[in-house]
Design a binder for this molecule. Structure first.
Ligand code: NAD
Length: 290
């Protein structure tokens, strides 16, 4: 396929490289003028989008996605697929999909989980909103860039799935970290705590697969000085998107709101910026109730 790829950062760069390595013709654009192996760089988003079978975007936020969309839709040919893999607010996803529909372009919102390692290894999970025909056209590319793609329904539903998943993740990570810190203060050994919880009803991905306590459970960022992994800053972004969506939909999300507030404090007022999101554990360790 002829593919345009816009946004060649930490995630987009390796995703575009994997598509090129698999034999697709990839033309790329990034405002930072980065070079990606196998990808032909051009000077504008519109140029990257012209006459492609599919145009992929991997951008920082909804405002940038909306601006790039306005630039590329007039350049894209009718029938082409517009695949946005960024994590953005549901409203932006639905609004750019509407613009694409009006121009007979097939929109898909397909945010990912799996992080930079998943982008490099081609093992991302895609959560996809949009129509079935567009999903089928993009399927071969999902198979190159990822290991799983779930069709979640119409436009915006991919973003909805992503922020609901990450709201659960943020809440369970905080719960796991505060429970470890309480266990410490009660004199419970961390290994014993892990052995019990990971096989009892308190288990979760945060405990079992990404244990925030160093030296306990499988290898995780805790064993690497809390280098991300999944940065607390990105967790904060996703929690804020969940709260923005909850406001718009009039959904009561008290735990999601508490998690967003706590990660905001951690990242913006304390030492959480640039650390893995599981560094909530050393944060709780240092604190008392007051
Ligand atoms: P990044 O900042 O490394 O990459 C974004 C790229 O977009 C940058 O290279 C930037 O120069 C480029 N860009 C900005 N404005 C542009 C424009 N107008 N035109 C063209 N290029 C432009 O970020 P990232 O980590 O690659 O994340 C990209 C998206 O993926 C975000 O929405 C993020 O939330 C999501 N995401 C990231 C991770 C992760 O672990 N990094 C995991 C899942 C999802």
């Amino acid at each position: 396929m002829n593919i345009g790829f816009i946004g060649l950062g930490n995630m987009g760069g390796p995703m575009a490289a994997n598509l090129a390595k698999a034999g697709h013709v990839v033309t790329g654009f990034d405002t930072a003028e980065v070079a990606v192996e196998g990808v032909q760089a051009v000077g504008s988003a519109a140029e990257a989008a012209t006459d492609q079978d599919i145009v992929i975007t991997m951008l920082p936020n909804g405002a940038i996605l909306r601006a790039v969309t306005a630039e590329i839709i007039p350049a894209m040919r009718p029938g082409a697929v517009f695949l946005d893999c960024s994590t953005v607010d549901v409203d932006s996803a639905r609004s750019v999909a509407e613009e694409a529909d009006k121009a007979d372009i097939l929109p898909l919102d397909a945010p990912v989980s799996g992080g930079v390692g998943g982008a490099q290894g081609g093992t991302l999970t895609f959560m996809v909103g949009g129509n079935e025909a567009a999903f089928m056209k993009a399927q071969p590319l999902f198979e190159i860039m990822g290991q799983k793609a779930v069709h979640c329904g119409p436009s915006g539903n991919g973003q909805a799935a992503k922020i609901c998943n990450n709201m659960i993740l943020g809440v369970t990570m905080i719960a796991t970290c505060e429970a470890f810190a309480l266990a410490d203060k009660l004199g419970l050994d961390r290994q014993a705590m892990f052995d019990v919880v990971s096989t009892s009803s308190g288990y979760s991905w945060s405990m079992n697969a990404y244990c925030p306590a160093p030296g306990v459970g499988p290898k995780s960022p805790a064993d690497n000085g809390y280098q991300p992994g999944f940065a607390a800053d990105l967790m904060l972004k996703d929690l804020r998107l969940s709260q923005q969506a909850a406001e718009g939909a009039d959904a009561d999300t008290p735990m999601g709101r508490a998690a967003a507030d706590l990660y905001a404090r951690f990242v913006e007022e304390e030492d959480g910026a640039g650390r893995d999101f599981s560094a909530m554990l050393p944060r709780f360790e240092k604190r008392g109730r007051g």
